[in-house]
Design a protein around this ligand. Structure first.
Ligand code: AMP
Length: 116
């Protein structure tokens, strides 16, 4: 079910190209290759130790907080500061990469829609 290293670790290592919009000691962010909104970014911890947001919350809450604050900062830089933050958890919820990541969607979303 999970690929090691994950596609995101390969982006972090520079082995796979990506449109990187943020890079810090513990977090990276880049444009989603298959955008589901006018702006669709992924915010990813550099460690692939955590498969999903609940594992991350339990294992390193400060890192989860950094992901959320990074999402907020990017939302002001790339959209109008209003955004949808999604952590898919499990295959039935659409998770395909088991290296925790936040989807930051914005730039004009349809009202009432819950889908990413
Ligand atoms: P999820 O389905 O929640 O696990 O999200 C994985 C996301 O990673 C999807 O939205 C994909 O479009 C995105 N993705 C997969 N490979 C790449 C890549 N090489 N560069 C950017 N985004 C990617």
């Amino acid at each position: 079910m999970s690929e090691t290293p994950s596609i995101f670790s390969r982006i972090i290592a520079g082995e796979v190209p990506a449109d990187i919009v943020y890079d810090s000691e513990r977090v990276i962010a880049f444009k989603d290759i298959n955008p589901q909104a006018p702006v669709h970014l992924l915010v990813v911890p550099k460690t692939e130790e955590y498969a999903n947001v609940a594992e991350l919350a339990a294992g390193d809450p400060a890192l989860l907080a950094e992901i959320v604050t990074t999402a907020q900062k990017l939302a002001f830089e790339h959209m109008n500061g209003q955004y949808r933050l999604i952590f898919n958890t499990g295959r039935d919820a659409g998770q395909t990469v088991y290296h925790v990541h936040a989807h930051v969607l914005g730039g004009g979303l349809s009202e009432g829609s819950l889908a990413s």
